[in-house]
Every structure is written in C-alpha cells, then in structure tokens.
Design a protein around this ligand. Structure first.
Ligand code: ADP
Length: 387
C-alpha cells in the first residue's frame, strides 16, 4: 500500500514548475505505522504558498484512505536557510516523529497530525490558541476583540483566559467580580458578557494573590477549563495563553486538539524573534498556524491625520514570508481601544467605532480566521494577498 500512496502523491503537480512531484523526485518516503501515515518530501525551491498548496493536495489525495489527523507531513531541505534548521528532531514527540532516515538535514513536522493523547473539546467546533513571545504586546486585547468580531458575524464564541501571570479577560469584559457556578451535571458555567462566554484564572484567585500555579496543578486547571466547562454549542473557543513560548505554553496545548494558533507580535525585532519561537513551539506539537498578527503597528495622529510607524514598519508582514506562515493583518494603535479595555467596555462591541481603522482591522482578521477553516480558497490564500 505504501507504494500505491507514493505513486498517488507523485502525481501532484509542483505549482511552480508544473512538473509532478514524482518527476522532480520530491517524495522521499511514505511509511505507514499502524493507522498513521508519514510522508516526507523535499521542499527546496518551494515557496511557503506553494508548500501550503502541495500539503493541502497531499491531504486531499490521501483523504479516501486516512483522515487528516492521521497524516504527518515532514519536509527536508538541503538549501533552505530558514529558522527550523536548528530544531533537533529528537525534540519532536516520538508518537508523531517521522521515521529517522540517513538524511542529515533539518526536518520539521509541519503538523497535520495529532498525538495519540490529544483530546477534542466536546461540542466545540474550532479551538484557536492565541500566543505571544512576550507580555504587553496586546494578546488579551486582541483575543477579546477577535472574539467579538467573530460574534458580530453571528458565531457563538467562548474564551479561556489561561494567562496565569496576568489574567485580564475579566477586566476587559467588565466582569472582575463574577464567580462561576456549576450546573446540575457539575459542569462549570462560563460567565456571559458582551455576547461572549468566558472563564479565567482571574475568577479563581484574588487580585493580589501570588501566582503559585505550577506544573501538574496548572495543567489540571486548564484541563478543567477545557473539559469541565459547559462550552456546548461554541463555534469558536479561543485560548488566551500566557505570554511566552516555553514549557508552560507547550504543556497547555499538547494534550488538546487545537485547530489553529495565532501569534501576535508588535513590529519590534525583539518581539518578533520571540514570536518565531512561538511558531516553532506550535509546529513541535502539531498545532497548525493560522498566521501572525501585528499589533500597535501604526498610530494615526488625531492632530495631523498622518500615520506614524512608532515601532517600525511592516516587520511582521515581512517576517511571515521567511517563517512560512500567513499574515492576518495589522491592528493600529488607538486610544479608544485602550480606554474601552480599561473600562471593561470592549471596542468591538461598540458600533460607534464601526468606521474606524481598528474596527476594520479586527473585522478583516476575523474574516481571515473564519476563511482559514471554512473558506473556499484556504491554503496559501492570505500569503497571495500580501505578496
Ligand atoms: P498582553 O495580553 O499581551 O499582556 P494586553 O492586551 O494586556 O497585552 O495589552 C497591553 C496594553 O496595551 C493594554 O493597556 C491595552 O489596552 C493596550 N493595547 C493593546 N493593543 C492596543 C492597541 N492596538 N492600541 C492601543 N492600546 C493597545
């Protein structure tokens, strides 16, 4: 059967050259291990957009035989200078790691697979994780306003505020003093606010309590938020992760089916570097990256009307090409976004801002996120727009 899969995959065309993958000898191996299939191909000379197209086709061709969760795609590059060169394949979880081969070049799991231990969140259509390399880049502000933009499109949206260091969602949604209750099936009921549902570490600790959540305790609480809260009927459940891209964040996502991740960054180089680590982290645990968002990308001055690039220009938009991911948009700086956040009256729930650039930016990002999952053009679509 492996030979059959290999010859089917060989017929896929490289969109750049028009030649088949077989003609270009790109399919390096196809191996079945129990119910999983591991495909390894050579991706030298293939752009991020084309890579997405090829991988979508790989999944389509194999769809009659394997569901996408059972397919792991690994790429090998002999010439690429990309950041994944340094990833030690030994770090990749053994359940998902592609079979070792004598090729000594970099290998990266590009993640359509899920590890054996991953559990889906019941009755939730899509789980999205929002991460940032460091704190203060606007991750929680973004999470809440993306959730509202999706809600404005008619979807039911929930938020898990898993930011143990600074759980700010209760404040952003004006519900600092709420105390969650359980229903008769002992399920925790999420708090309702501004047409959203949410749960937060902040609702279970006092504001000045020292943060002592560690290791197993933390994982346990997050699991409770995912699986013991009544999220039934949510179209989107957005996970606001703690800032950073280390073990804590990794352990939070590795046991749950997360359908896609968004990395948010400011245009400054240092934040960007951290964001790159975030991409690597999600790839390691096979969470697909929806794309990156640039926050605080420009400031439109009330006085002179000009747009000022306070933290540099188009840093994230440029980086996504190198990082083989998509650019979801830029959110400008706006004082009303901050003021609304401080007051617990979120921006995207206030129609008086409808014509402002920030409103449009959130709408745009929410459209792209929705299209990522349900749109016709899916793979490579956004990169094409921003080329
Ligand atoms: P993080 O979750 O990354 O720590 P926050 O969402 O708490 O960051 O945002 C940090 C601060 O920046 C908050 O005061 C927030 O209101 C403000 N902020 C975030 N994004 C913007 C923006 N685009 N324009 C104006 N203020 C912003």
């Amino acid at each position: 059967m492996e030979d059959k899969y290999k010859s089917l995959l060989g017929e896929i065309k490289n969109p750049e050259s028009g030649k088949s993958l077989a003609e270009e000898a790109r399919i390096l191996s196809v191996q079945q291990k129990e119910t999983d299939l591991y495909v390894k191909y050579k991706r030298d000379g293939i752009s991020p957009t084309q890579k997405r197209e090829i991988e979508t086709q790989i999944l389509n061709v194999l769809a009659p035989y394997f569901s996408s969760e059972k397919i792991s795609i690994t790429t090998v590059s002999e010439t690429s200078q990309d950041i994944y060169k340094n990833i030690n394949p030994g770090n990749i979880s053994p359940v998902n790691a592609a079979p070792k081969s004598p090729v000594a070049n970099a290998e990266i799991k590009v993640g359509h697979g899920t590890s054996a231990g991953k559990k889906p969140v019941p009755n939730v259509k899509k789980v999205i994780a929002v991460a940032s390399g460091k704190g203060g880049v606007g991750k929680s502000t973004f999470t809440v306003n993306l959730a509202l933009a999706l809600k404005n499109k008619g979807f039911k949206v929930g938020i898990i505020d898993a930011d143990i260091y600074g759980p700010s969602v209760p404040m952003l949604l004006g519900k600092r003093d709420s105390k969650p209750k359980v229903n008769d099936q002992r399920k925790i009921l999420p708090i309702e606010s501004n047409g959203l549902q949410f749960i937060s570490f902040g609702l279970f600790i006092e504001e000045n309590d020292p943060v002592i959540w560690r290791g197993p305790m933390l994982g346990g609480v997050l699991n409770q938020f995912l699986f013991d809260v009544d999220w039934s009927g949510c179209d989107y459940l957005i996970l606001d992760l703690p800032p950073g891209t280390g073990d804590i964040q990794l352990s939070m996502v590795q046991n749950t089916v997360v359908d896609g991740a968004i990395i948010i960054s400011t245009p400054q180089d240092v934040a960007l570097l951290d964001a790159k680590k975030g991409l690597q982290m999600f790839k390691k645990v096979n969470v697909p990256i929806i794309g990156m968002v640039e926050n605080m990308s420009s400031f439109i001055c009330d006085g002179c009307g000009k747009s000022h690039q306070i933290f540099g220009h188009a840093g994230v938009a440029n980086a996504v090409r190198e990082l083989e991911t998509d650019f979801l948009g830029s959110i400008p700086l706006e004082i009303d976004l901050r003021l609304g956040s401080d007051r617990g009256e979120p921006y995207m729930n206030n129609p008086q801002f409808k014509d402002r650039p920030v409103w449009k930016a959130f709408e745009d990002v929410s459209n792209k996120v929705h299209d990522y999952f349900y749109g016709e053009k899916k793979a490579g679509f956004f990169s094409k727009i921003f080329k």
